[in-house]
Ligand binder design. Structure first.
Ligand code: ADP
Length: 233
């Protein structure tokens, strides 16, 4: 066994939102570990805390209690600026809707994300071309978002999230806007890149049909993670 830390570890995480005079407990002592190359599906009914878990894992929201450890760093100890730097460097986030910039081509969507990270343009162009090939979009590199299908836009979104070579990939209902065939190919792509790039991926999905492509399933209910993560965790 290696002593390399898991890219993502939540330990006894509780998240409370103020709610009138009391609080709503969105996450109740949730613990979850995702290892390099592991694809974890997160399922559960609406309101059970899935989005809250992703937001906390993404370090976009600080938990009320408990630890969020990214690539061995306990994020509680970090100042906001350090947290932002850690997130940019280590975490890729894929939302339901790709949110691509309408006036930029596919390849430009990827390059600008590296530009915002302050990375050199030449290296960004090389990496963008490689990633567009990985997601099967080399031939569409110069297309604008409106010239791409919904599935192709989600592929650009996935490639963009991988530009910064993240250790952790957090994915929120990536197939919500897609038909069945495109959904299957997007999940297969997420499986492929998780393995190929050795990222720890946590994916919220309502499509239990795709569970066989994942390594583990975690089920949320009323803010608790009711099923333990499966084999190898
Ligand atoms: P899911 O993603 O599974 O639908 P959420 O994480 O969105 O669940 O919500 C979990 C609980 O936290 C729900 O009771 C929801 O109403 C509450 N909640 C989520 N976000 C907020 C917020 N910003 N302010 C107050 N309560 C919230």
């Amino acid at each position: 066994m290696s002593s390399i830390p898991a890219p993502l570890s939540l330990v006894n995480v509780t998240l409370e939102y103020p709610d009138g005079s009391g609080t709503t407990t969105a996450l109740d002592r949730v613990s979850l570990t995702a290892r390099a190359g592991q694809l974890v599906a997160l399922v559960g009914p609406s309101g059970s805390g899935k989005s809250s878990l992703l937001a906390v894992a993404a370090t976009l929201v600080r938990p009320t209690r408990g630890q969020v450890i990214i690539d061995g760093t306990d994020t509680a100890a970090l100042k906001d600026r350090e947290l932002t730097a850690l997130r940019r460097g280590k975490v890729g986030i894929i939302f339901q809707q790709p949110n691509l910039l309408p006036s930029l081509t596919a390849v430009e969507q990827l390059i600008i994300s590296e530009h915002l990270r302050g990375k050199p343009a030449k290296a960004a162009r090389t990496r963008a071309a490689e990633l567009l090939e990985v997601v099967g979009l080399s031939a569409s590199a110069r297309k604008l978002p409106h010239q791409l299908s919904g599935g192709q836009r989600q592929r650009v979104n996935i490639a963009r999230a991988l530009m910064g070579s993240p250790k952790v990939l957090l994915v929120d209902e990536p197939t919500a806007a897609l038909d069945h065939e495109r959904s299957a190919s997007i999940i297969a792509l997420l499986r492929q890149v998780t393995t190929e790039f050795g990222v720890a991926t946590v994916m919220v999905t309502h499509d239990t049909e795709f569970v066989p492509l994942t390594d583990a399933v975690a089920t949320m209910r009323d803010g608790r993670l009711t099923a333990p993560v499966l084999a190898g965790a």
